[in-house]
Structures are given as C-alpha cells and as structure tokens.
Design a protein. Structure first.
Length: 348
C-alpha cells in the first residue's frame, strides 16, 4: 500500500496522468472487489454525476452553485449569507469550471467540448467580489488547468477540440495574477481572501485586514501554481507557493514535527496550536505528497514522511485520529473526529 512514496518520478506526469496515478494508488481496495460490484458502483458514480451536472446546467447555470432544495442558482448577494462558505462563490460559474476535468475523465467528450466553449464565452474573472484564495485556487484555477490539460490531450488525439488554442490556460494565468496580491505579506503566507478585481487593498475592498490563516489555506497552493508556472514558463507562481510551504515547514514544532491549525500571516506565530489531519490542516499533507508525485522534488516527500511519522506517533490512536497539542503532543486536544480527516487513511 505504500509503494507510492517510493515511486521514482522519471518525468513530470501531466495533470490527467497524475489524476489517474492517484486514483490507481489510492483506490487499491478496488482490486479485491468482484468486477460486477465494481461496474455497479462505477455506473452509480456516473449516474450521480449526470444528475448533479444536468440539474446544475438546467436550473442554476450561470450561477456558481445549485441550491438543491429550491432547485435554483445561488447568486452571491442575492441569498442570505452563509458566512465563510460563500467565499467560494466568485460569480465565475464555479460548478461548471469545477466539472471540466470530470467530464473529460468520464469520457463525456462532447459535453466537455460544449462546457469549455461556455467557459470561454460566459465566464468573467474580474468581478468585484472577495473570494477565498484556497477555494479559488483548488476549484477554479485547478479546474481551468485540468480543463486545459484535457483539451490539449484531446486535441493531440486529432478528433476533438481541434479549434482549441490554449484559451483556458490564458484564463488560468489571468486568475493566477489576480490571486498573487494575496501573497504580499512579510511571511509569504497568503491572506485568506482577495478581491478578484482590486486585489488586497485594505478595508475599502474588504481585504487585507486578516491576521490569521489556516495551515491548509496556506499550504494547498503548490500543485496549481507549479502547474501554471510550468505551462506558462513564468516561475512567479511556483515561487510564491514554495515560499509559503517553506515558511510552514520552518514553523513546525521542532520536537513533535507537527504543525498547528491556524497561523498569524504577519508574525508567523501559531494561533491555534492543536494539530490533527482534518479541517484546517488536511490538504497541507495531501499537497506535500502530491507535489512530490507531480514535480518529482524529493524535498516534498521528505517533509511528508517526517510529518507522517509524527502523525502515526501522536495523532493516530487506533481506530481514531485525534488532535493533540503541538508542544505537548501526548496531550489530546479533543475527543472527536471531523469528517474531513476521512481522506487520511486512503493517503497511505
Ligand atoms: C469513449 O466514448 C466513445 C464514444 O463517445 C467511445 O467510442 C469510446 O470507446 C469511449 N472510451 C472509453 C475508454 O470508454
Ligand atoms: C505589497 O504591499 C505593500 C504594502 O504593504 C504595497 O505598498 C505594495 O504595493 C504591495 N505590492 C504588491 C505587488 O501588491
């Protein structure tokens, strides 16, 4: 089950190759399952995707999300605020962009082609909206780059997307430049939010006033930013993502090799010193491992392995994964688990 760590990356895999690789290595349970059962589950997944995608397109598009009970689009500002959750909504047809790579993976080529055309004609990125840097990175920048990657693959196949001229990549770069101002802090850790049109300019744009961010928020940037840099040849994105990761690594608690849950982006002090593998930290670990797989840089694997050993030593209390304090890792910080940590056992 642990072969993925020892993988020797001969070449940098493309994003779709990476996706398949990750699916292959994290879903090894599938091998033990009878093939009828696999087919039944596979068809069920496709059916669920079709249901969600069709209803989004029919009832919500171009809004960011479908509201499943009223079956209407959720437009930010027109519905009662749900707080931080709404920071994912940038009036950029979030669900459509987020679905591009899935359409291609599920071999829905005609739908993929139509969806790319919709993104190119309908989506604007210069909205006067404050968005979460983390959510916009993983879902919109990641969606555009995954879509670009798939579009290039199909174009090379010679039968689809022959009209495609890297427009999704140009949009991705435009979006990357809109996220960059968030990284203008003395630590290099990004502000958690940015205004898509105005960047980070203080209270007038409701940005630039935060002091803290979560570890996952700062540590879940490298895959998209490195891919953007490698696709465009502009190193600035990857440099910013690496700087933020280097800073988090430097700030790990040196005795326990654990990181806290929230950190001050100006002073670099831990604000919440509890540590787990769920909400607030989860994808920091995920991205360290995947950065190694995508980029082939041993540094990321070494860091992952050191954190992993600490997690197994202190946080893993079979059958539970429980938060501890980074300075006193034998002291539990809580007695329950959150849903987001469910990915962790599959990471091995
Ligand atoms: C993908 O779909 C096409 C028809 O649209 C079909 O010919 C092809 O066999 C499918 N590929 C796979 C791997 O299922
Ligand atoms: C970074 O922030 C400083 C103020 O803290 C500002 O003067 C400068 O223009 C900003 N730079 C960029 C590239 O946004």
């Amino acid at each position: 089950m642990r072969t993925v760590w020892g993988l020797s990356p001969v070449m940098m895999p493309s994003l779709p190759q990476l996706l398949l690789l990750l699916l292959g290595t994290t879903c090894q349970l599938g091998l033990a399952m009878p093939s009828e059962e696999r087919h039944r589950l596979r068809n069920q997944v496709v059916e669920m995707f079709d249901h969600a995608y069709k209803n989004y397109m029919d009832h919500a598009y171009p809004a960011d999300e479908l509201m499943p009970l009223t079956c209407r689009g959720r437009v930010r500002g027109l519905e009662p605020s749900r707080g931080d959750v709404d920071d994912a909504l940038g009036k950029f047809s979030l669900t459509l962009i987020d679905s591009l790579d899935t359409l291609a993976l599920l071999n829905k080529t005609a739908e993929f082609e139509a969806a790319v055309r919709k993104v190119l004609t309908d989506v604007r990125l210069d909205n006067d909206v404050v968005v979460s840097v983390f959510e916009t990175n993983i879902r919109v920048l990641g969606g555009l780059l995954g879509g670009h990657s798939m579009a290039v693959l199909l174009r090379e196949g010679g039968r689809h997307m022959l009209w495609y001229q890297d427009q999704l990549l140009h949009m991705a770069k435009d979006l990357g430049l809109r996220l960059l101002p968030a990284f203008n802090t003395s630590s290099g850790l990004p502000y958690p939010r940015v205004n898509l049109r105005h960047g980070v300019q203080g209270p007038a744009t409701r940005t630039g006033t935060e002091t803290d961010t979560c570890t996952a928020c700062a540590g879940t940037i490298i895959l998209e930013f490195a891919a953007l840099s490698r696709f465009t040849g502009d190193p600035v994105f990857e440099e910013h993502a690496r700087r933020a990761l280097d800073f988090l690594w430097e700030k790990r608690q040196r005795n326990s090799n654990l990181v806290g849950t929230t950190i001050n982006i100006h002073s670099g002090e831990w604000v919440r010193r509890d540590s787990g593998v769920g909400a607030g930290i989860d994808s920091y670990y995920e991205y360290l491992l995947k950065a190694y797989i995508l980029l082939g840089d041993d540094l990321f694997l070494q860091r992952f392995n050191i954190h992993y050993a600490s997690i197994m030593k202190y946080i893993s209390q079979p059958p539970l994964l429980l938060d501890v304090h980074i300075h006193k890792p034998l002291m539990p910080a809580r007695t329950w688990m959150d849903s987001l940590l469910a990915f962790f056992p599959g990471c091995r």
